[in-house]
Design a protein around this ligand. Structure first.
Ligand code: ACO
Length: 323
C-alpha cells in the first residue's frame, strides 16, 4: 500500500512585524480588544518585493533543504492561496519557475483558509494514484494586500506568510501505526459564500477587491463544522481524541481553536497555537504552525497529528497524519 509521508517542512515570513499597538494608530481598536477576542498579538506584513510567490519559494526551498532534496526530485508543485501574484498563471507555476523546474506540473488550489488541507488531500491522491512520487505542498498568502485597512472588524485579524511540506510516496503496511497520511476529509457548502468573501474579481468588477466578513456568522458555524469533520477522521481510522499527540488547527482565532478542542475532549497542551505570533495567514497558517512545533521539538516522528481548517465558502476539512 502506498502512503504519502512527510519528508521535509519549511516556512517563510515577511521581514516586518506589526504588533497590535501599531494598528491602534490606524483604526479605532486596542491591543486589549484584539487579544481578548482573537488571541492575536502580532502579525507579519509583506513589504516591497515580498509577494505570495516569493514567500512560497522561500518556504519551498527550506522544505527541500530539510528533506535533503532538490527541485529536480519534485514531480508536482501545489500552491494553496487566495492571494496569487497574478490572476494567471498560477502561483504554483511562478514558484516552479523560481525553483528552476521545467519538468513535472504545477497548479493552484483555492479553498481560502482550508486551502492547505485541500492541497494535502490532493497531493495524497496524486501520490497514491501513482501520478507523482514527490509533491511540494505550499500554503502562501499576502492577505494584507486584500484587506480594507479602514475596516477594524477585519484588518486586525490577518497576516502574511508561507509554509511548505514535501510529501513522498512510501510503501507501508497501511495500518494506523504506519507513517503518512491516514485519512483526509473535505467539505464545502456554498450557501455560506456571502459570509466571507472578496468584493471584487476579474469577472465581476475587474478589480482585486477587499475582504468582507460577517465575523459573528463565521464564528457561529466554525466550531460545529470543525468538530464534525475531525470526528469523521477519527471514525474512518478507528482512532479517538485519546490517541492524538497533536491537534494543529488553522489559526484563525484562539476562541474557535479552544472551543473546538474542548468539544472534542482534546487537552489544550496537545493543541499547537501560533495565532498570537502570525495572526490568521489563511492557507499558510497550518504549515507555519507545523514548522514552529517541529522546530521546537514538540512534534516528533511517529506522532499522530490532526490538521484541520475552516474558511470562506464555507470550506472545511481534516487530515490525520502519522508523522
Ligand atoms: N477593535 C475594537 N472593537 C471592534 C473591533 C476592533 N478591531 N472590531 C469590531 N469591534 C467592535 C464591534 O464594532 C462591536 O461594537 P458594537 O458592540 O459597538 O457594535 C464590538 O466590537 C463587538 O463586535 P462583534 O463582531 O460582536 O465581536 P465578536 O466578539 O464577535 O468578535 C470577531 C469579532 C473576532 C471577528 C469574531 O466574530 C470572530 O472571531 N469571528 C470569526 C471570524 C474569523 O476568525 N474569521 C477569520 C476568517 S474565517 C476562518 O479563518 C475560520
Amino acid at each position: 500500500m502506498i502512503r504519502s509521508v512527510v519528508r521535509g517542512y519549511g516556512a517563510a515570513l515577511p521581514k516586518r512585524v506589526v504588533p497590535n499597538r501599531e494598528l491602534e494608530g490606524m483604526v479605532a481598536t486596542s491591543d486589549e480588544w484584539i487579544v481578548q477576542r482573537t488571541g492575536i498579538r502580532q502579525r507579519y506584513i509583506a513589504g516591497e518585493g515580498e509577494t505570495t510567490a516569493s514567500l512560497g519559494e522561500q518556504a519551498a526551498r527550506a522544505a527541500l533543504d530539510r528533506a535533503g532534496l532538490t527541485p529536480d526530485d519534485i514531480d508536482l508543485v501545489l500552491v494553496a492561496t487566495s492571494t496569487p501574484d497574478n490572476t494567471f498563471p498560477a502561483t504554483a507555476v511562478n514558484i516552479q519557475q523560481r525553483l528552476g523546474m521545467t519538468h513535472g506540473f504545477a497548479f493552484d488550489i483555492q479553498a481560502v483558509c482550508s486551502g492547505f488541507v485541500y492541497a494535502m488531500a490532493t497531493a495524497d491522491l496524486y501520490i497514491r494514484g501513482g501520478m507523482a512520487r514527490r509533491v511540494l505542498v505550499i500554503g502562501a498568502e499576502t492577505f494584507s494586500r486584500i484587506l480594507d485597512w479602514n475596516d477594524r472588524t477585519t484588518c486586525v485579524l490577518f497576516g502574511d506568510g508561507a509554509g511548505a511540506l514535501v510529501l513522498e510516496a512510501a510503501e507501508g503496511e497501511g495500518t494506523v501505526a504506519d507513517r503518512g497520511i491516514l485519512t483526509a476529509h473535505l467539505r464545502s457548502d456554498g450557501s455560506h459564500k456571502d459570509k466571507l468573501y472578496v468584493d471584487g474579481g476579474p469577472s465581476t468588477t475587474g478589480t482585486v477587491g477587499h475582504l468582507r466578513m460577517e465575523g459573528r456568522e463565521v464564528f457561529k458555524h466554525a466550531v460545529g463544522m470543525i468538530t464534525d469533520v475531525i470526528e469523521a477522521a477519527f471514525e474512518a481510522t478507528g482512532t479517538t481524541a485519546d490517541d492524538l499527540d497533536w491537534l494543529v488547527p488553522h489559526q484563525a482565532n484562539r476562541r474557535i481553536i479552544d472551543g473546538s478542542a474542548k468539544k472534542l475532549g482534546i487537552p489544550t497542551d496537545k493543541v499547537v497555537v501560533t495565532v498570537d505570533l502570525h495572526g490568521n495567514t489563511s492557507a499558510a497558517s497550518i504549515p507555519l504552525a507545523l514548522s514552529v512545533a517541529l522546530d521546537d521539538g514538540r512534534i516528533k516522528q511517529g506522532d499522530l497529528v490532526m490538521l484541520e481548517a475552516m474558511g470562506g465558502g464555507f470550506t472545511w476539512g481534516a487530515i490525520l497524519v502519522r508523522w
